[in-house]
Write a protein that binds this ligand. Structure first.
Ligand SMILES: NC(=O)C1=CN([C@@H]2O[C@H](COP(=O)(O)OP(=O)(O)OC[C@H]3O[C@@H](n4cnc5c(N)ncnc54)[C@H](OP(=O)(O)O)[C@@H]3O)[C@@H](O)[C@H]2O)C=CC1
Ligand SMILES: O=C(CO)[C@H](O)[C@H](O)COP(=O)(O)O
Length: 467
């Protein structure tokens, strides 16, 4: 009997994806370029339809045609290297799927190269981490539609299901699936940083304990702020360190790592004039966090404002920070969805914004209650320029801006940095400003560089002799 799917790369994600596929009735051929991970997976899961191969040729020839091969290896050169080892054994019509966090431009290069050889290539965004991979991730496939159709019966089966629908929808051509995953991660960075700032406010400004903060996050998680990241943060805050007995979060070094997807999101936004300021602030917050030794040194040299700790009304300020967090979150998701919209228009991808919000509701790291409203909003207004001006969110931010202003001001006045909350307020206020100061910048540019400017009242470009 031939295997129905092959998985290459049996690390955290690949091993769980393979188990997920086997659990859904697939005969799964597995291969890893080092032997141990393969043995480990197979030994721990006896009786599952997981079939190990130790030679790439045996792995390929064990698959029914057209072959479907799912790569879950480290992004970058390993993907090219695995494709190179596969190619001599593949036939026209076979399909390679890359489920890792590959850069969408790399995916487009691989797509072109493989297409010229008759091999189908899908760049597939996968979100959900280890548990999602096993129980059902959110899946963002991009590539040729006919190639997707060969793989879709398996992909939709292993995806998370919400209201009976799979969290797997065809995103569009070429690198669009990996692009959607890249920006998903940018939103993830912003959402995580916003939760961290909310936590800082509750801990430092309201002097609450980690358990009290976990209680608050759990309450919020029952309403409009419900999200996976908030839920896991409450669980994180309750976890005690086995060595010291302290909250584990307090013994973790405050330096954030990153693997590149947030950076790529910001670079792509900057390259194409897309205002992804909140996502970018969250990236810079990670960079500043990594300067741990410098921050510790500077703390003893640079002073903050000379006001003492103010006593704040607890209940009132918990509501303000709740509002501020909601505002930050909707502004961050708004920026991500604008990045989808603008890039989709740039490349003619026709990204399905409504469906992206739908497939983000299950399995995925940024799943959140308000994605239902975001999806409904795009269903009603597919060409909406900005989610904040949709009636539901416009009404919401009209009320919640109060909390965001209070919290950001409190941070400024007391010398506590809230980079993403501040960026959210700046974004909100800039976006709703019909007449800005950009006229003065244009005048400056024309003064020193004869760059010309446009006028409000006359068509064309003008230059003034300023001196
Ligand atoms: N962890 C997560 O939450 C998520 C990760 N991803 C993405 O999925 C991909 C896999 O991630 P994850 O499972 O976490 O990572 P792991 O480090 O656990 O696994 C990486 C896998 O790639 C293999 N590999 C590394 N280098 C090579 C190479 N040169 N040739 C062949 N195989 C190689 C490794 O084999 P070996 O160990 O034997 O070297 C291993 O099987 C990455 O692109 C990641 O960004 C996507 C969504 C979520
Ligand atoms: O894709 C993911 C989640 O969606 C991976 O966990 C990714 O590694 C997260 O990014 P980073 O490591 O840069 O924080």
């Amino acid at each position: 009997m031939f295997n129905t799917i092959g998985v290459i790369g049996l690390g955290v994600m690949g091993s769980n994806i393979a188990l997920n596929m086997a659990g859904k009735g697939e005969q799964v051929a597995v291969y890893n370029y080092t032997r141990d991970l393969t043995d480990n997976l197979v030994n721990k899961n006896e009786g599952q339809s997981i079939h190990p191969y130790y030679e790439i040729q045996d792995f390929v020839y064990s698959l029914e045609t057209p072959r479907k091969i799912f790569l879950m290896v480290t992004a970058g050169k390993p993907v090219d290297s695995v494709i190179d080892t596969l190619l001599p054994f593949l036939e026209a019509g076979d399909v390679i799927m890359d489920g890792g966090n590959s850069h969408y431009k790399d995916t487009e290069r691989r797509y072109d190269e493989l297409k010229s050889k008759g091999i189908g290539y899908l760049g597939i965004g996968i979100s959900g981490g280890e548990v999602g991979a096993l129980k059902g991730p959110s899946i963002m496939p991009g590539g040729d539609k006919d190639v997707y159709e060969k793989a879709s019966p398996i992909l939709t089966k292993i995806a998370a299901q919400v209201d009976g629908d799979p969290c797997c929808v065809y995103m569009g051509p070429k690198g669009s699936g990996h692009f959607v995953k890249m920006v998903h991660n940018g939103i993830e960075y912003a959402d995580m940083q916003l939760i961290a700032e909310t936590y800082t406010f509750l801990r430092k400004k309201l002097c609450l304990s980690v358990n009290e903060i976990a209680d608050i996050f759990e309450i919020w998680n029952q309403g409009e702020l419900k999200s996976y990241l908030l839920q896991i943060t409450a669980e994180i805050l309750r976890k005690k360190d086995e060595i010291t007995g302290l909250p584990l979060v307090d013994v973790i070094l405050d330096k954030t790592g990153q693997k590149g997807t947030g950076k790529w999101t910001s670079i792509q936004a900057i390259d194409h004039g897309i205002p992804a300021s909140i996502i970018t602030e969250s990236l810079f917050a990670r960079y500043i966090s990594s300067l741990k030794e410098e921050r510790v040194y500077a703390e003893n040299i640079l002073t903050g404002p000379e006001i003492g700790q103010r006593s704040l009304d607890k209940d009132l300020w918990i509501e303000y920070i709740r509002q501020a967090f909601y505002m930050g979150k909707i502004c961050a998701y708004t920026q991500g969805f604008i990045q989808y919209k603008m890039t989709s228009e740039l490349y003619g991808w026709e990204l399905p914004l409504k469906d992206i919000a739908l497939i983000f509701r299950g399995g995925c790291i940024i799943r959140a209650e308000f994605l239902n409203v975001i999806s409904e909003t795009y269903q009603e207004q597919p060409n909406l320029a900005n989610l904040l001006i949709a009636p539901y969110f416009a009404e919401k931010v009209k009320e919640y801006q109060t909390g965001l202003r209070k919290v950001v001001c409190e941070g400024i006045n007391s010398g506590t940095s809230f980079p993403c909350l501040s960026a959210s307020l700046t974004y909100y206020d800039s976006y709703r400003t019909g007449i800005s100061n950009a006229n003065l910048l244009q005048a400056q540019r024309d003064y020193f560089g004869a760059h010309t400017y446009e006028r409000n009242d006359l068509a064309g470009f003008f230059h003034t002799n300023w001196q």
